[in-house]
Design a protein around this ligand. Sequence first.
Ligand SMILES: O=P(O)(O)OC[C@H]1O[C@@H](O)[C@H](O)[C@@H](O)[C@@H]1O
Length: 314
Amino acid sequence: MVDRPNKPAALATTPGLPPQAQVNISHGNQRVTAVLPTGESVEILLHGATVISWKAADDTEKLWVSNAAKLDGSKPVRGGIPLVFPVFGTAPDHAATSKLPQHGFARSSRWEFLGKSTSESGDASVKLDFGLSSASLSDEVKALWPYDFNLLYSVTLDAKTLTTSMVVTNQGNEPFEFQMLLHTYFKIKDISSTTVTGLEGASYVDKVDNASVKTESASEVSITGETDRIYTPVKKEEPIAIVEGSSKTFNISRDNLEDTVVWNPWTEKAAGIGDFAPKDGYKNMICVEAGSVQGWVNLENGDQFEGAQTITSL
Ligand SMILES: O=P(O)(O)OC[C@H]1O[C@@H](O)[C@H](O)[C@@H](O)[C@@H]1O
């Protein structure tokens, strides 16, 4: 993507809504920002439709973004919520996606801002829609994955929650298979006192132990070294939670997304990732990623798939 100079941001409010429900939207050339009247905010880069900030009313940031993250479109963003589509990792044995780069092209494509909607009831909330379709891909990317598709990504903010949802439509004449993942980097105070709950009994693929398949026995999963696991929780409807010390700080509920990846690169891996900074930043982040990445979603021509997560900040 060419790094274009930022045009003056356009400010928009919604006519007819009471002042307490007015949401300030600023839409520049590179990003869209929404601020609720109660002060919470979200910022999305058009590059990758990557959510790069989610702040509480007191300005506390809830997402981790590397100090060395590239926000100019030259790389996927290291932090926030990059979108993984249509392949998780790489899939050399899956012919249709084998040529794609790690985690696919959605996180490194420029998306279009389609507009916003605010709650009719006057509650302070806003939904921002973004689109990416095969028609807007570069010829180079199209050649790697030649299907006719449309993605609609919606980011909905209210005072307590952030919902990110993706609708995949097959617009072509043949079925295609894909994986998708909402690769959320949570900002945490201290990894040594952080646990993840809601995974007990789940089977998981342990990517740092030769992809061996295991069953989670802990009710609270702590992170004590490099961790890269694809969990398939037993109870789909039960939220996964991040617990810091003795307090739950985030609940993550999933809709139509079967899997949850838990990733922390720890010391050595972080040291080897060029855009990961500071190097001890792994102590202040944990990725808990809702997705559908074990196996493939098969989408017939004309069909749609929708997957979503709702993150509640507690
Ligand atoms: O460096 P990337 O491509 O952003 O990937 C980061 C991590 O993303 C996680 O989702 C994967 O499970 C890890 O294996 C991977 O290392």
